[in-house]
Design a protein around this ligand. Structure first.
Ligand SMILES: [Zn+2]
Length: 132
């Protein structure tokens, strides 16, 4: 007796996932740029406040707070700049037809990860296992 299990009308349906489009990446880069600009203003403001207060004295609670806020702003600024660079890199990879391929292991980066982080250059496993 032959059981024919092939065929049927319910073929695999293709989900259209809107990842890896130029539009998404350019939006991402623009958002990151705006964040960089806002943080640069904030950072400049904090630097001004510190010099206006005339103190970077650790014993002055206000000086310490300002120093902490400057460090915090500097860290956020560095992260935002990295995001701009990552979006740029992703756009270059898209142009080269290599977008969505992990730059470490060469495996495809999951659609879910690309949706959450359009500028991701590594797959979730490499991102989890390595620093950087
Ligand atoms: Zn990988």
């Amino acid at each position: 007796m032959i059981v024919n299990s092939s065929g049927g009308s319910s073929g695999p349906r293709r989900e259209v996932v809107r990842v890896g489009t130029r539009e998404v990446l350019e939006e991402e880069r623009e958002r990151a740029r705006q964040r960089v600009a806002a943080l640069e203003r904030e950072f400049a403001g904090l630097a001004e406040a510190a010099s206006a207060a005339g103190t970077d004295d650790e014993h002055d609670p206000e000086g310490a707070t300002l120093a902490f806020e400057r460090q915090h702003a500097a860290a956020l600024l560095a992260a935002a700049r990295e995001q701009v660079a990552a979006a740029d890199a992703a756009l270059r990879r898209l142009a080269a037809g290599r977008y969505g391929v992990c730059e470490r292991c060469g495996q495809p980066i999951g659609a879910g990860r690309l949706t959450a982080r359009p500028a991701a250059l590594t797959c979730i496993r490499c991102a989890a296992s390595g620093s950087g």
